[in-house]
Design a protein around this ligand. Structure first.
Ligand code: ZN
Length: 292
């Protein structure tokens, strides 16, 4: 045998261990472990460390590496937030934690708690303001059975006087004195309602349909002829369709570059922070200019 041939030496060592009876090897391992590590015993007997590690396990004398477990291993449990089965670490349980499965669930729980707390404080403030004779615009609108934005318009038109704004838990509340709401309700409101009723009656007489409140801007534009009319708009009237967005030359160049790379209209629009309709228009114009 050639000395220094690693593979040959390995084979020789393996043979030597294999020639040793299993019970003999285990007896020797039992005598050496745990004073010597499995690696050291493997070197001593000339076999693989994994062989000795298996012997140690088979002998039932395997000692885990590191210090002994300080606390019992926790049992699997359900996350209090999402219900998923998980096993917290012993130290988490020992410190009174281990009820939530993940960072996400902890954040969620914390956020909910913070929101509930903020709402509770806001409710307290609202009760105090009501006791002091103030209403919020929301409360006033509820009382008049209209929407908040209408009331804000009547404030702008000078029909209703507010008592200033106040910042409550991160929100701005517009306040109105209760007497002012009562005055508005008695003096202004009937006339406003009568005027609206009159306007609706006139619309009906002219044959103008009342637009469904579910219609969005585009549907209204189409219905009123702004989106799909063929005639040019009257002087000083708004132009047909959506407002035209003017782009700088370098923005048009970027759209062209992305389109040449095969990007879609929406992808380009998102990238540049503009509407997909604008991209469509620019691309159509580019195509036209290229074919000419
Ligand atoms: Zn969870």
């Amino acid at each position: 045998m050639v000395d220094g041939d690693g593979a040959a030496r390995g084979r020789e060592a393996a043979l030597k261990v294999r020639r040793m009876k299993l019970s003999d090897r285990r007896a020797r391992v039992a005598g050496l472990y745990p004073e010597l590590s499995t690696t050291e015993i493997a070197a001593e007997l000339g076999c693989a460390q994994s062989t000795i590690a298996n012997d140690v396990i088979a002998l039932g004398i395997s000692a885990p590496v590191g210090p002994r477990r300080k606390y019992p291993e926790p049992k699997p449990r359900q996350c209090e937030e999402c219900g998923v089965k998980f096993r917290p670490t012993a130290s988490q349980v020992e410190r009174g934690y281990g009820k939530l499965c993940s960072e996400e669930c902890r954040r969620h729980r914390g956020g909910l708690r913070a929101t509930t707390e903020r709402h509770r404080r806001a409710d307290e403030q609202l009760a105090r303001l009501n006791a002091d004779g103030f209403l919020t615009m929301r409360q006033a609108a509820d009382e008049l059975k209209c929407v908040e934005s209408s009331l804000h318009r009547y404030v702008e038109l000078g029909y209703l006087e507010t008592a200033g704004r106040r910042r409550v838990e991160g929100e701005w509340w517009t306040l109105v004195r209760r007497e002012e709401v009562e005055r508005f309700k008695a003096e202004e409101w009937p006339a406003i309602r009568a005027r609206h009723a009159e306007m609706r009656r006139e619309d009906l007489e002219r044959g103008w349909p009342v637009l469904p409140s579910t219609w969005g801007g585009r549907a209204r534009q189409r219905h009123l002829g702004r989106a799909n009319a063929t005639k040019p708009p009257k002087p000083l009237a708004k132009p047909r369709g959506n407002q035209r967005v003017e782009l700088a030359d370098d923005e048009v160049k970027r759209i062209e570059k992305f389109a040449d790379r095969g990007w879609g209209r929406r992808a380009i629009a998102n990238e540049l922070g503009i509407g997909p309709d604008v991209v469509r228009r620019v691309l159509a114009e580019l195509r036209r200019s290229r074919t000419v």
